[in-house]
Design a binder for this molecule. Structure first.
Ligand code: OGA
Ligand code: NI
Length: 365
């Protein structure tokens, strides 16, 4: 979709809205009944699994990891080896950025329909409901996706810290993918060999306090278009929720743990054995919340489709073959709406969404 065609109407900056001290929220943030945080089952008691990275690849921890991937698609990682000071610094600098005056942040504007810079991603029309969230999104690797003009120069240490942070998170993603491959009885290098020069992007999400948290969402429900996602959240309050067996399960922050979730690429490659799981963020009346989220995905020219190991008479091929770049384009030009984006790859839906020659599955070509 060309930028010029996109009319998104008035999109307020939610921190500025919050600053006005309003006691209600504009209509564009008010969700329909069944999309409100209190609707349906919300479980504060269940917990997503916790994986001790220091114990991997010991057999019982690998089994825990397999169950976490199979049953949840989400887990928290402790003992991940990334220095706590670096995590703290990244969080503090991100927070400092969001606290800057609007004019300063607007030096790094996200274009309508764009995905990098400061603003609101995934807004494509005037009638779309908005999320109670400000974002700063940046492409990190490979270098051709970087837009250096959008990397904040204030706070001063932001750039170098993000650089260092991204290297550490990249290494964690590589180790994670090796262990995830092991849980699938694949050789540890399977994904690294296949993914080429991986695409890494970071998004800082800032959720100011909201006067009517029961009516709005901080971030609409979605699955991630990555292979794996690593999310760092501050300790101020919980806000991330994961859909498990029809109930929204709150992810309670653990100090210096990282939340990992499986993205759409892994669902396709494993033919649905592992699933990318729907999640969303809710807001809070008193407290703001910050998350720093890294998306790690195959190179754009990598062709994805179910690996033959996961296709059988009992489990027929469910996803077609496509280049990750095609999927990524589809993902960033669609609004966040549960797992709808993955219809792009599903074999029974693919015929209506893509050229017929692309509907073959990887195991029969
Ligand atoms: C995301 C995401 C949740 C959060 O950025 O994709 O799911 O808690 N964020 O910020
Ligand atoms: Ni997400």
């Amino acid at each position: 979709m060309a930028t010029a065609e996109i009319k998104i109407g008035q999109v307020d900056d939610v921190q500025e809205l919050h600053r006005t001290g309003l006691d209600t929220v504009p209509d564009r943030y008010i969700r329909d009944g069944d999309d409100r945080p209190g609707c349906g089952n919300v479980s504060d008691l269940a917990h997503i699994p916790v994986i001790d990275f220091g114990e991997l690849p010991r057999c019982d921890e690998l089994i825990k990891l397999r169950l976490a991937c199979e049953e949840w698609g989400f887990f928290q990682v402790v003992n991940h080896g990334i220095e706590e000071e670096l995590l703290d610094e990244m969080e503090n600098l991100s927070r400092e950025f969001f606290m800057l005056p609007l004019e300063e942040k607007e030096k790094y504007p996200m274009a309508p329909g764009g995905i990098q810079g400061y603003g609101h991603a995934f807004v494509f029309s005037e009638d779309q409901k908005l999320d109670w969230c400000n974002m700063l999104a940046l492409g990190v690797e490979p270098s051709f996706i970087r837009q250096p003009k959008l990397w904040p120069t204030t706070p001063a240490r932001f750039k170098e810290t993000l650089e260092k942070y991204s290297m550490e998170i990249r290494s964690l993603c590589q180790r994670l993918l090796a262990h995830i491959a092991e849980t699938l009885a694949l050789s540890p290098g399977t994904f690294a060999d296949m993914f080429g020069e991986c695409v890494q992007a970071v998004r800082m999400n800032f959720y100011p306090p909201c006067p009517r948290p029961e009516l709005v969402l901080g971030l609409s429900s979605h699955s991630d278009g990555s292979a794996v996602t690593v999310l760092q959240q501050d300790m101020s309050c919980a806000g991330l929720q994961v859909l498990k067996d029809g109930a929204w399960v709150t992810v309670h922050p653990i100090p210096h743990a990282l939340v990992v979730n499986l993205g759409d690429s892994l669902e396709v490659l494993t033919n649905g054995r592992y699933k990318s799981v729907e999640h969303r963020a809710v807001t809070n009346a008193e407290r703001d919340r910050l998350s720093v989220v890294t998306f790690y995905a195959p190179a754009y020219d990598v062709e994805l489709g179910p690996l033959p190991e996961f296709v059988s008479d009992e489990v027929p091929c469910r996803y077609r073959r496509f280049k990750h770049g095609e999927y990524s384009r589809h993902y960033v030009t669609s609004r966040l709406e549960g797992k709808k984006t993955l219809d792009f790859a599903k074999i029974n839906q693919a015929t209506t969404m893509a050229a017929p020659e692309e509907t073959t599955c990887s195991c029969c070509t």
